[in-house]
Design a protein around this ligand. Structure first.
Ligand code: SF4
Length: 443
């Protein structure tokens, strides 16, 4: 791999070791704390920030099987009664949220069903859940309603129900088209299930189909990756997300690696970037445009990713469900991530908030700057208009360093990441952190 100057807080990783690399928020979660819960409640009880979009995130934490690389809060052992209890609880939580002054009467800009596997739940659970939510927070005007699916959980009638509730962006977690790779990595679905659902999705005419892939799954080879990329193009989605596999602490692979119990080989970061770059090149040749370090879109078909753009631009978002993340008026917070603590929290007529963090204006500026860098380009004028600060001056030192290494360019209009910079963007971002957060953990 290209060696980078060492005198920075940048991660410069060769081997894929245990630890999180992906940056999803700022400041890091390890500084969020229980003692800030009241700040989150005060934000919910206060006036919302004017001209700020609002979104809703629902965490459906069930999966048929736990993938060996998965670090999300998911459960594979709940029976249908427990699932029903959870669905009722999440609806109650949202009804309560909808009454708060910061939420009441505001239109929803986006809705995101994430997990876990939202498509795991039955139609008879999904439809009443949505009815209860829409009664207090209608989403007919939302620009995007996204819904994550695992191919093996879908039937035609379930897809029909998903379409009927107003989903505009169906996101299919395919990850790879190779049977052996899916099995070695613990995915629940098999390739025949991926192929079976495609005609149904087409017939139901979802406005946007997204396919998720992971570069560098265990067992990946050049031949298999080329095949996966080609089959993805043939699958004809409107957008594709490509993540590089990593090993956060609580995955099955990570535990095996730390205990020495497995001798699994993980692709190096350089290898993953090569596969990632190849995929982007092929997708661009097939008509997609790169819209972030992870996403390519068929802009000619009007494809976009409203949830991502809103969250990265500081929109408010109420998250419901176990371990769900929220952001309201500059305060980040997260629900309890243990099953019973979450259920008890809602049952006791309170919000099940576990930890929170009220950001300063400076932290919001850094957050927006680093998240926008993930799109590969940042408009200086827009940034000045919002924060009163020119990012090229504010972050001059790390930007100059990265520019001198050919990873980005600084122009009058904006800051642009070159492809080698974009494909390692998460490793570069800590350079822009406030000093006290460098080295902090994303857990
Ligand atoms: S399907 Fe997604 S959420 Fe479920 S175990 Fe696999 S990676 Fe985790």
């Amino acid at each position: 791999m290209t060696q980078l100057e060492p005198a920075t807080s940048r991660l410069d990783l060769a081997a894929t070791d245990v630890g999180s690399v992906f940056v999803s928020n700022y400041p890091p979660y390890s500084v969020w704390s229980e003692r800030h819960r009241d700040d989150a409640l005060a934000a919910l009880n206060g006036e919302p920030t004017p001209d700020t979009d609002l979104g809703l995130y629902l965490h459906i934490p069930f999966c048929r099987r736990r993938c060996r690389f998965c670090y999300f809060r998911v459960f594979t052992d709940k029976n249908s009664e427990q699932v029903q209890g959870y669905v009722d609880t999440i609806a109650t939580e949202i009804e309560r949220l909808a009454e708060k002054r910061a939420v009441a009467g505001r239109p929803l800009h986006f809705v995101y069903f994430g997990g876990g596997t939202p498509s795991y739940i039955a139609v008879k659970q999904l439809v009443p859940l949505v009815d209860r939510i829409k009664a207090v927070l209608p989403w007919d005007q939302a620009e995007e309603v996204a819904f994550e699916c695992e191919p093996g959980t879908l039937t035609r009638s379930k897809l029909e129900a998903i379409r009927d509730i107003g989903v505009t962006r169906l996101s299919l977690g395919i990850e790879n088209f190779d049977e052996e790779i899916l099995e070695v990595n613990g995915r629940a679905h098999v390739t025949i299930e991926i192929d079976r659902v495609r005609p149904w999705i087409r017939e139901l005419d979802f406005p946007q189909l997204n396919v998720d892939l992971i570069a560098g799954m265990v067992g990946e080879t050049w031949d298999k990756w080329r095949e996966t990329v080609q089959r993805t193009i043939d699958y004809d989605p409107d957008s594709v997300t490509v993540y590089q596999m990593e090993l956060p602490f609580n995955t099955v692979f990570s535990k095996g690696k730390l205990s020495g119990e497995n001798d699994v080989e993980f692709a190096t970061w350089e290898q993953k970037r090569e596969w990632h770059a190849y995929a982007f090149e092929q997708f661009e040749a097939a008509g997609f445009e790169v819209s972030s370090a992870y996403t390519v879109l068929r802009k000619d078909r009007g494809a976009k990713f409203v949830y991502r753009d809103a969250v990265w631009s500081g929109a408010d978002m109420i998250g419901a469900g176990v371990s769900a993340f929220s952001h309201m008026s500059g305060v980040h917070y997260q629900n309890h991530d243990a099953w019973q603590s979450y259920l008890d929290g809602v049952a006791q007529d309170e919000f099940p908030i576990n930890r929170a963090y009220p950001t300063t204006k400076g932290e919001r500026l850094i957050r927006e700057f680093i998240l926008h860098l993930k799109t590969g380009r940042l408009d200086r004028d827009q940034f000045v208009a919002k924060f009163g600060v020119d990012p090229a001056l504010e972050f001059a030192e790390p930007l100059d360093r990265l520019a001198s290494e050919g990873l980005l360019s600084i122009e009058d209009g904006g800051i642009q990441l070159m492809l080698p910079g974009l494909l390692r963007v998460d490793q570069l971002l800590p350079e822009f952190y406030d000093e006290r957060y460098r080295g902090a953990r994303y857990t």
